[in-house]
Each structure stands twice: as C-alpha cells, then as structure tokens.
Design a protein. Structure first.
Length: 202
C-alpha cells in the first residue's frame, strides 16, 4: 500500500475511533467520518466496503492488542498456571484500557444480530480468544506442566468467566475486578486442573 493510501486509511481510522467513542456506532455516519477525516466518500469506500467493515477492522485491532498483552504476560511467567494467574491479576488494566471499546462492542453486536453473516464476523474475536486459551492450555500439557481432563471445557470456562468479568465491569466501576478475577481464576484451576507434584510445589 502506497504511503498516501496508508495515511488516508489512518485518518479514516482515527476519525472513526473519535466519533464512535463520542457518539456511538449507530449515530456515526460515513459522511461524518469522511468530513472529520478530510476525505471524499470515494476514498472511504476505496479502503472499506461499509461502516460495518470499518468497525470490524477496529475490532480486530483491539482484540489483537489484547492478545499481545496476554502473550506478554505468559512470556514472562514461569509456567502456564502462573501465566493465567498473572493475566487474571492484570485484567483490570485490560478493562481500563478497553473502557471505550466495550459499550461499542455491545452496540455493534446488537446492530449485527439480525444479519447472520455480519454476526459471525462480529463474534469471531470471542472465539479466537477461546482458541488462544486452548492453545496455551495444550502447551502446558505438552510441557508436562499441567494435567487436564478436558482442555476445551477449561478454555470455555476461562472465556465465559473473563467475558463475565468484563461485562460486570461496565455495571460496577467501583469493584476491584482484578482481585475478583484472580480469585476466580484460582478457583477454576483448583477445581478443573490437576498439576503434577513438581509444579504444585512451585
């Protein structure tokens, strides 16, 4: 992609971030995004097929940044268990960094629920997190750090719990969700994951 084209796309994305955060998805139109970015509608549609397509691009950016944060915590952890517990204790940081994204995500889900094709794209990142968790669990099994009866069940449980924490953080901003998350992850591992004695002592 040529430099000018990259710069145009960056202006579109930056304008969309600002307008979506200020007005929401439904109340932000392509015309307004173009005016704010200082581009023509033709330039917009050269980069994105629709406002939905633009939002999906931003959603992918957001979820990739969360994947990166999770991987960084695992890269600096002594074991898979430690990685999950460190991620859980840092969940408040992820929530705080996503405070503008969460209401938009729920709004976009409501917008896309009646369109099966768009809905599949909208919820795909959620299942990518499950695949990510499952990969990490399987890595722990392969490295003989953990013994798990049903890795997919645990990945589903971690995903459901994490999503519940994130949704709850929108309802109660005073709660220490990092503390709640750490407690919950410990409970999940204590009940579902059976560690070999060498790792249990660490």
């Amino acid at each position: 992609m040529q430099l000018r084209s990259v710069q145009t796309q960056d202006r579109i994305l930056q304008s969309a971030r600002q307008l979506f955060a200020a007005q929401g998805f439904e109340h932000t139109g392509v015309d307004q995004i173009c005016r704010t970015a200082g581009i023509s509608k033709g330039a917009f549609y050269h980069h994105f097929c629709s406002k939905d397509d633009l939002f999906l691009h931003l959603l992918e950016e957001w979820t990739e940044s969360i994947h990166t944060q999770i991987n960084q915590r695992f890269d600096h952890s002594a074991s898979i268990k430690a990685g999950f517990l460190q991620t859980s204790s840092s969940l408040k940081e992820i929530i705080d960094g996503s405070s503008n994204h969460l209401p938009l995500l729920f709004e976009f889900w409501q917008h896309s629920v009646k369109d099966p094709v768009l809905w599949e794209k909208a919820v795909r990142p959620l299942f990518q997190f499950k695949a990510h968790f499952l990969e990490l669990i399987k890595r722990g099994i392969k490295n003989q750090e953990i013994e798990v009866r049903d890795p997919e069940l645990i990945a589903d449980t971690i995903l459901a719990f994490s999503f519940g924490i994130i949704a709850s953080s929108m309802l109660d901003t005073q709660q220490d969700w990092g503390r709640v998350s750490s407690y919950g992850f410990s409970a999940i591992f204590n009940h579902f994951v059976f560690f070999s004695s060498v790792f249990e002592r660490q």
